[in-house]
Design a protein. Structure first.
Length: 471
């Protein structure tokens, strides 16, 4: 079951050949996907040989195989984690009952919506990162970008498989729409706003993979709990791929900080103007990028109080990330106190699922911060430590939407908020400065001056390995 069949047009471990209708439908969608990749995937690098990993099996040992691949020839396919024998629903009203192998009629439209919303983010991020290759800080980073891109492409395949296999004609139509909406498009934008933000510099890319891909990780974790077993199995395998995206974000930001600290040491100052003149990014500017991408990603969890989330939980469609770590999996009659701009409010716990997800997400976000801050402290600048903004800062969705809250969580007069926003998130001038640093470095082993080299290479290869062969 775990072995992936690569002899077929669409690599898969779901025995696709046994369902001719489904196979034909997906083979019909495949050229449209490739066309989309050609038009909106990474630009300029279609003929480059990229040192990529490809899934060969879904078990923990050796799911990945490394080798040079031209991206348009990447073997995108359909991989599900192995079924768990006698798996039972782990939360909600149907807790303890067998999981669903088919979509229950009464949950059909809501499940489809969950899958489409997740599916929409996957190609969106590829579109957002389309031009980044042109300004890569190294071949190592270029390769990592492309690895993330091809895997997001595969995540789209994962969701399209579910739509085709379980949702009939409307599923097929939704699969077409996933290629018709485009990030930032005025008429047909992507569903969620963070996925319409342009990612035009590498610091934004690292922040995106740190914060926004991590939201993806938490969404996938909660869908991996789903009573709809094919969705759970799909998401469980996607999570193994997502781990690399987190790695790219955490080490990317870490390397930017390391380089800045080196420059500060060389210059003997933390004066931002001098750091910039030396071609590095001062830590307060890194903080602004963290504030921007963290606050934007927090909105992806939705409203603090949500009857939709309550319904998803009660029905078994979507649980909480790592549901087994909670004590109460039913939450009937349980309540939670939530801070609101008007003071604390007690709400039914099921309606506060989004907030519980956001809390566990923020805990996960803290891990990188701790590492970076240790590095900053060791360099002798404890006063320059970085932090996450308050979850109430710059929110556009939920109880705190549009509230003038500073990054520390204080409600401030609106004029002050407007005036100081440029101190808290990157200003046009800050962005222009970061953009000015974005010059491609494509000699093996060489790094752009604003970022330190990684500690090690990919798959035990040296850092100076030719991770991308350009033609
Ligand atoms: Fe993804
Ligand atoms: Fe991702």
């Amino acid at each position: 079951m775990t072995a992936v069949n690569y002899t077929e047009k669409i690599p898969n471990n779901v025995n696709l050949a046994s369902d001719r209708t489904l196979q034909r439908a997906l083979e019909h969608w495949q050229p449209k996907f490739l066309q989309w990749w050609h038009e909106l995937g990474p630009t300029d690098f279609e003929t480059a040989d990229v040192y990529l990993r490809t899934a060969v099996s879904v078990d923990a040992k050796g799911w990945a195989q490394y080798g040079y691949v031209r991206m348009p020839e990447y073997r995108w396919g359909i991989f599900l984690a192995d079924p768990v024998p006698d798996r039972r629903i782990g939360f909600g009203d149907a807790m303890g009952q067998p999981v669903w192998q088919q979509v229950p009629g009464e949950y059909r439209s809501q499940l489809r919506r969950l899958i489409v919303t997740q599916g929409d983010t996957e190609p969106a991020s590829v579109e957002q990162q389309r031009l980044l290759g042109r300004t890569c800080p190294s071949l190592y980073d270029l390769r990592n970008l492309f690895q993330v891109n091809v895997e997001e492409g595969r995540h789209l395949w994962a969701m399209v498989y579910l739509l085709h296999a379980y949702f009939g004609r409307d599923g097929r139509e939704e699969a077409e729409e996933l290629l018709a909406r485009h990030s930032g498009d005025a008429d047909k934008p992507r569903i969620l706003s963070t996925f319409n933000e342009p990612i035009s510099d590498w610091l934004s890319f690292y922040c995106f993979t740190y914060f926004t891909d991590r939201d993806g990780k938490y969404q996938l974790k909660s869908l991996a709990e789903s009573a709809f077993d094919p969705l759970s199995r799909t998401c469980r395998f996607m999570l193994t791929e997502e781990a690399h995206h987190m790695f790219v974000g955490e080490t990317g930001i870490g390397r930017v900080i390391r380089r800045t600290l080196e420059v500060m040491k060389e210059l003997g100052t933390d004066d931002p103007a001098r750091i910039r003149a030396a071609g590095a990014i001062e830590l307060p500017l890194v903080q602004k990028y963290l504030n921007f991408w963290c606050s934007s990603s927090l909105d992806l969890f939705g409203s603090e109080i949500s009857s939709n989330a309550a319904f998803n939980f009660a029905s078994g469609m979507k649980g909480r990330p790592d549901e087994s770590q909670y004590e109460d999996h039913v939450l009937r009659g349980a309540t939670l106190r939530l801070p609101t701009p008007e003071g604390e409010q007690e709400v039914p716990a099921r309606n506060a699922i989004n907030e519980m997800m956001r809390e566990s997400y923020l805990k996960d976000c803290e891990i990188g911060l701790k590492r970076w801050n240790r590095m900053i402290e060791r360099a002798g600048y404890p006063e320059l430590q970085l932090s996450l903004p308050s979850p109430h800062f710059r929110r556009a969705i939920g109880l705190w939407a549009g509230q003038p809250v500073d990054p520390r969580g204080n409600l401030v007069p609106r004029e002050e908020y407007e005036r100081r926003l440029a101190d808290w998130i990157p200003s046009a001038e800050d962005r222009a400065f970061v953009h000015s640093l974005m010059k491609p470095v494509t000699e093996p082993g060489k790094m752009a001056a604003w970022i330190a080299p990684p500690e090690r290479g990919i798959n035990n290869q040296p850092v100076e390995y030719e991770y991308v062969r350009l033609h």
